[in-house]
Structures are given as C-alpha cells and as structure tokens.
Ligand binder design. Structure first.
Ligand code: AMP
Length: 211
C-alpha cells in the first residue's frame, strides 16, 4: 500500500511513519530526512537546500521532485511506501501523480494528521531528536530513551523558523488537503492524542482500505 502523510510540521508525521514502517514493512520516504542527511554530508544537494531549510522555507520543487523520483525507483519502494513531508506544494503533488502513473503505481490514501496550531508550536519548540537513531522525543529526554544517544534540536525548530514554517504550511501545503479530498483519497486523523491512539486510528483506516 502507498500512503501520503499530510499535516503541519510537528503534527507527528515522522513518528507515525516510523510506526507504520514497523507495522506494515513498507518504505519510509521522508524528504526532510533525505535533505538533512545531504546537508550533513555536505553534498551538492545539501549545499543547495541548506539556506532554505534553515529559514524554514521550502526547497525548490524540482530538487525535491527529482530526489523523490530517484527514491521511488529503489527496490524497497515496490513493497509500498509512506511519503512523509512530500508533496508539500500542488506542483509536487501533480509531479508525483505523473511519476506514479509512469511506474504503474498509485496512492491508496492521504492521511491528514490534524493538530491545533498552539499545540504545534509547543511541540516544535520542545522537539529533540536522537543523533544516533533518529528517535523523535522532547526536551524532557536528556539522552535517547531508545539507544542512549545524544539528543539535539533541529536548527529549524528555533522560534523564527517555526513561525515561517507554519506560514509556509498554510499557504503552500494546506491546499493539498482539498487536492486529495477531490480525488477521494483523504482520511482525517486526530493527531492531538497519545501516539499509540493516533496509530490505532491509522491502522483502522488501513484495514478498511485493505478490505
Ligand atoms: P521536515 O523534516 O519534513 O519538516 O522538512 C524540513 C525542511 O526540509 C522543510 O522545512 C523544507 O525546508 C525542506 N523540505 C522537506 N520536504 C520538502 C518538500 N517536499 N518540498 C520542499 N522543501 C522540503
């Protein structure tokens, strides 16, 4: 099965994607993770993306479209995938549809994880990630509860970048909710609850889609 995860930054897309990977054995394609790795490795892609990312702006469409195309071509994506953080603009959604139809694939569902704005700001400000295993926790986690690794704060989880990311989300990404609603693929998920309750809702949606 192939899914798109929609939702504001901090809605819990990455956390739920990791759990879905464990549950369904499908590939996790996070454009944010791929871009952060490119920045850390100082690749040409990372050099192009860094300024946009630090400011909380979107990286130009063509850069992310090309990297997603390349990723979808890898063998593990054939078992199914979860796109996390892509598409983020209508141009990306249209390019994704074109690419998938060329590959003879389609999206089975777009899961929109909804969390009120005040909650989002609080989550992003306190979000911390494990340098070693990518665990997503909060400032209460002094070390990673999964592997003991060092926790760090993303540069774009600073107040100014958070504000910009939320504006960018409202203007450029929120319209995708109607895009997928129009294709009868949209499933709303209440993300303002404990992680495992959100996952249970997702599992119910997936079961319905599999039935
Ligand atoms: P994320 O980890 O999904 O919050 O993404 C972190 C940052 O990477 C975003 O604020 C953007 O700068 C960039 N990024 C990730 N995915 C995309 C995308 N689909 N389109 C454009 N920029 C993206």
């Amino acid at each position: 099965m192939n899914f798109v995860l929609l939702g504001a930054p901090g809605a819990g897309k990455g956390t739920q994607a990791k759990k879905m990977v464990r549950e369904y054995g499908i590939a996790h394609i996070s454009t944010g993770d791929i871009l952060r790795a490119a920045v850390a490795d100082k690749t040409p892609l990372g050099a192009k993306a860094k300024t946009y990312m630090d400011a909380g702006d979107l990286v130009p469409d063509q850069l992310v479209i090309d990297l997603v195309k390349e990723r979808l071509d890898k063998p593990d994506a054939k078992k199914g995938f979860i796109l996390d953080g892509f598409p983020r603009t209508t141009a990306q959604a249209v390019a994704l549809d074109t690419e998938l139809s060329e590959l003879g694939l389609e999206i089975d569902g777009a899961l929109s994880i909804n969390v009120p704005n005040e909650q989002i700001v609080a989550r992003l400000s306190s979000r911390r990630l494990c340098q070693e295993c990518g665990y997503i926790g909060s400032e209460a986690d002094l070390t990673c509860p999964k592997c003991g690794g060092k926790m760090y704060q993303r540069d774009d989880d600073q107040p100014e970048a958070i504000h910009n990311r939320l504006e960018v989300y409202d203007k450029q990404t929120a319209p995708l909710i109607d895009y997928y609603k129009g294709k009868n693929l949209l499933y709303d998920v209440d993300g303002n609850r404990p992680v495992d309750q959100v996952l249970n809702d997702i599992k119910e949606i997936v079961s319905e889609l599999q039935a």
